[in-house]
Design a protein around this ligand. Structure first.
Ligand SMILES: [Ca+2]
Ligand SMILES: [Ca+2]
Length: 360
C-alpha cells in the first residue's frame, strides 16, 4: 500500500468517525497479572510538594501459603529530590519506620540492617523472622518510608535488591516494581525537533505544547487546509497548558501536570508547518519518561495557516533583499530573506500540516 493510499484511508476513517468518536481519555491499565511474589511500594506514585512529607509502605504480595521468612531489600532514590525522615531517632544514623504497622509488629524477628544513606540515596533493610514466629503468607508490609521532598521534580524509587527467602533459606522468585515520588506531574516527555534549512545549533525556540484534543491525521497534499487551520489555531502559548521550548539542538523535555488529560503534543515554529505526536497510550500509568524521537519540520509557511501555497511564495518574494528585513519571513533564520527562503518555500509547495513523521 502506498503512503498516498494509506493517507487516503486515514482521512476516510476520520470522516467516518466525525460523529464524534475518538478514544476516550487514557485509562489506567489494569494491574499486571503477575502471579509470583512481588515487592512493591504503596502507593506506586506518591505525590508530594517540595518541603512536605509523605509516608509510603514497602509491601509484598502474591506470597502464597509458603510465604517468606527473611527479606533483604536495597532501595535507591534521588537524594537531590527527596530525603528519608529518620524513623528511629533513638538510634544512630537514619532508619526507615519499623515495626509499627508492619507485618512484623508483635512477631519475633531479627533486624540485620536498617540504614538509610541520605547522601547517596540508598536504603538498606535486612530482616528475618525468628522462632517461634511463622512465615508471612499471602501479603505483608515490611516497613514504611517517610519522604521529605527537598526540591521540585520527581525521583524514581528502585529496588536495587529485593530478595525474599522461605524458612529453609530458599530464595523465592521475586518480581520488583519500582515507583516514583514527586510533584503532581507526569513523567517527562522528551524528543527533538529539527528545522529544514538549518544546522544543529540553530534548532532552538520551537514551542512544544500539549492539547486535550486528539491529533489530526496528516492530510494528503491535495486536500484543503481546513483541518490544518483548526490545528494551528490551537497552537499558542497558554499559561494553563504545559509548554516548553527546544534548545539549540532541537531537544525538549516537557513535564505535564496530572490535572488534565492530554491527547496530542504539538510543536510550532514560525515559518514552518506544525508537527504533532499522539501522547503515548501508557503515559498516564507509565513510570518511565517517554522519548518521541525526532521530527523535521518543513519550512515555508510564512502566513501561519499551516499550508504552504502561493500566498507564502508571494510574501517571501516581496520581502527579499534589498528591502527592510522581516524576521517573520526569514525561514532559515540566517538574518536575511533571500533565495534560500524562497527555494525552501517553493520546494514544499502544496504541503500542509500537521506533520507526524517522527523517527528514531
Ligand atoms: Ca501559508
Ligand atoms: Ca533566510
Amino acid at each position: 500500500m502506498t503512503n498516498r493510499v494509506k493517507k487516503f484511508i486515514s482521512l476516510a476513517l476520520l470522516l467516518l468517525m466525525s460523529g464524534g468518536f475518538f478514544p476516550q481519555a487514557i485509562q489506567a491499565t489494569p494491574p499486571s497479572n503477575v502471579v509470583g511474589p512481588t515487592l512493591y511500594i504503596d502507593p506506586p506514585q506518591a505525590i508530594v510538594k517540595s518541603g512536605q512529607d509523605i509516608t509510603v509502605a514497602v509491601k509484598a504480595r502474591n506470597l502464597g501459603e509458603t510465604g517468606f521468612y527473611g527479606a533483604q531489600i536495597v532501595l535507591t532514590f534521588d537524594a537531590g529530590h527527596v530525603q528519608v525522615v529518620d524513623g528511629d531517632p533513638a538510634q544512630d544514623g537514619v532508619q526507615v519506620t519499623f515495626p509499627a504497622g508492619s507485618s512484623f509488629e508483635g512477631a519475633k524477628y531479627f533486624v540485620g540492617r536498617n540504614l538509610v544513606d541520605n547522601g547517596n540515596g540508598k536504603i538498606s533493610f535486612t530482616i528475618t523472622l525468628q522462632q517461634p514466629s511463622a512465615p508471612i503468607t499471602d501479603e505483608g508490609t515490611l516497613f514504611f518510608i517517610t519522604w521529605h521532598a527537598i526540591k521540585e521534580g520527581w525521583s524514581k524509587i528502585d529496588f536495587a535488591a529485593g530478595k525474599l527467602v522461605d524458612k529453609d533459606g530458599q530464595a523465592l522468585s521475586v518480581v520488583t516494581e519500582h515507583s516514583f515520588i514527586g510533584e503532581n506531574t507526569l513523567m517527562p516527555v522528551t524528543g527533538q525537533v529539527k528545522l529544514q534549512g538549518r544546522q544543529d545549533g540553530e534548532f532552538g525556540q520551537t514551542l512544544v505544547t500539549l492539547t486535550a484534543d486528539p491529533c489530526l491525521p496528516t492530510l494528503p497534499y491535495s486536500i484543503s487546509n481546513t483541518q490544518g487551520k483548526v490545528q494551528t489555531t490551537g497552537v499558542k502559548v497558554d499559561a494553563e497548558r504545559p509548554h516548553t521550548y527546544t534548545d539549540e539542538h532541537g531537544n525538549f523535555s516537557l513535564i505535564p501536570d496530572r490535572n488534565n488529560t492530554y491527547q496530542c503534543l504539538l510543536v510550532y515554529q514560525k515559518g514552518y508547518l506544525v508537527g504533532e505526536h499522539s501522547v503515548p497510550q501508557d503515559w498516564y500509568t507509565s513510570q518511565e519518561q517517554a522519548n518521541l524521537g525526532t521530527i523535521t519540520l518543513p519550512g515555508g509557511d510564512v502566513t501561519n495557516d499551516d499550508v504552504i501555497n502561493i500566498f507564502d511564495l508571494v510574501k517571501v518574494a516581496s520581502h527579499m533583499s534589498p528591502g527592510p528585513y522581516d524576521p517573520q519571513v526569514d525561514i532559515n533564520g540566517d538574518q536575511q530573506v533571500d533565495i534560500s527562503d524562497l527555494a525552501i518555500t517553493a520546494g514544499n509547495f502544496g504541503l500542509c500540516g500537521p506533520l507526524s513523521k517522527w523517527s528514531f
